[in-house]
Design a protein around this ligand. Structure first.
Ligand code: URA
Length: 448
């Protein structure tokens, strides 16, 4: 192609896209065709990140209409391949979370679902803001590869019943780019951008049923229950409209999920869950997600029967063995992984935080814990950030727990002594205590 023509195409996108940024800045609605063209141009590298960042910020403040959100979701889904799995009696299902601290549900859930007779072609994301991402956690496993071609994704799902991969240049590439940009431009907590990001990935998997874990609270992108409810309703409506039997669980994210947060520490806790010794809140959510999918696909008559089936399967040890098969299929070094699991810690410095008084833990603030882990290098502050997989917090005391003066509230895993010292001061401020046991609300607040 002559250079003048290449320049003309590039110039057309720059000029046209500027008018779209301006239109959105002024609160105008874009047409489906404009959104489709914008996503195609961005995916083809014809819109620079600085302009897309400006557009995302305009969306953050101005929002998108229902029609725009639907068009954006479909355009992002169609930016790459849509999975076509061979005909098979095993229903194709998945789960996705809007993001939380210590939220590792997907890790034990995938092999559990495979053992319950589903196929789970899980396309996940990296950490966003202070919330952890499944792909970053998986990267802490020696040799585990998350960037795998579509053909191999299909092969692994067909053979094992589950796979855990990332967006690629072939699958939802638009989300791969936008996700990374939103993470470092303060534009993650936009309801419509979250809907498009999550559903574009899930629709590209060609699912029959989907369960969404929509979080609210101090460490969630939607801090109030009302906003989370709106997000859940929007996703359930759009998912169902696109032919996916969708349900959402509204869950609290004021306290980290489980007793460990940080990439490698969460892998370790996921293995504990698969071995029947995971923390209660994690087990509850894993079993609830599996149970809703059993009911949605007609594999169980009702929720109580489904919960029993999922709990029995988890306790059988089969999902733990499936986990090892999954690791091998993703190229992991199983011997190195098992050796790493035996280590008490992998970070150079570990300090204990002690309770300053006797009583009951009344608060363990997930936002503070998430910020400390991100600032220690467990999450990203810009696109070039290099992660430290070993930092984090474990052995966390949870609200309702009785403590004596001097008993362990948590351990902080840090890169060095200086980092451990400042992290300790900050994590201390995450905990509060009461004389009487605090009133605890259920983890799963609503099913939509
Ligand atoms: N998870 C995603 O995949 N996207 C979001 O925007 C938020 C959580």
């Amino acid at each position: 192609m002559p250079i003048t023509r290449i320049f003309a195409i590039y110039y057309k996108y720059i000029v046209n896209f500027l008018s779209l940024i301006e239109a959105k800045r002024e609160g105008q609605a874009l047409s489906a065709a404009q959104i489709k063209e914008m996503i195609a141009a961005y995916t083809a590298g014809k819109i620079p990140d600085y302009q897309m960042a400006a557009f995302l910020m305009a969306v953050y403040f101005r929002g998108l209409t229902v029609a725009e959100t639907g068009a954006l979701t479909l355009a992002m889904r169609d930016s790459g391949d849509v999975l076509k799995l061979p005909e098979d009696p095993r229903p194709v299902v998945d789960k996705h979370s809007t993001g939380g601290v210590g939220d590792k549900v997907s890790l034990p859930l995938s092999p559990l679902l495979a053992c319950l007779g589903f196929r789970v072609p899980m396309i996940s994301g990296r950490g966003l803001g202070i919330t952890g991402g499944t792909l970053d956690k998986l990267d802490s496993i020696p040799g585990f590869k998350t960037l795998i071609p579509t053909g191999r994704i299909i092969e692994i799902v067909q053979k094992l019943g589950c796979v855990m991969a990332g967006q690629t240049t072939r699958m939802v590439p638009a989300d791969k780019g936008l996700y990374a940009l939103r993470d470092v431009t303060g534009t993650v907590p936009s309801l419509q951008l979250i809907v498009a990001s999550i559903l574009s990935k899930k629709l590209a998997e060609n699912l029959q049923a989907l369960v969404l874990d929509v979080k609210f609270g101090v460490a969630a992108f939607m801090q109030t229950e009302e906003k989370a409810h709106e997000l859940a309703q929007t996703m359930v409506a759009l998912g169902s409209e696109c032919g996916v039997n969708t349900r959402a669980l509204l869950t609290s994210m004021d306290t980290p999920l489980g007793c460990a947060a940080g990439n490698w520490l969460e892998i370790k806790e996921s293995v504990h869950c698969l071995e029947g010794c995971g923390p209660g809140d994690l087990n509850e959510l894993v079993i609830a997600c599996a149970a809703h999918l059993l009911v949605r696909t007609g594999k169980s008559k009702n929720l109580a029967a489904a919960q029993k089936e999922a709990a029995d399967c988890l306790a059988s040890g089969k999902p733990r063995r499936k986990w090892d098969e999954l690791l091998l299929a993703h190229g992991a070094d199983l011997a190195a992984f098992n050796q790493k699991l035996t280590l008490d810690h992998t970070a150079p410095e570990v300090v204990e935080l002690k309770a300053p008084r006797a009583g009951f833990v009344s608060r363990c603030d997930a936002r503070i814990i998430g910020e400390v882990i991100r600032d220690q290098g467990g999450g990203r502050l810009n696109k070039e950030s290099v992660l430290n997989y070993d930092v984090g917090v474990d052995m966390m005391a949870k609200p309702g727990e009785a403590v004596k003066r001097g008993s362990i509230l948590c351990r902080i895993h840090a890169a060095d002594k200086a980092q451990a010292d400042w992290a300790k001061v900050r994590v201390q401020s995450a905990f509060e205590f009461s004389d009487e046991p605090p009133k605890l609300l259920p983890l799963i607040r609503e099913v939509i």
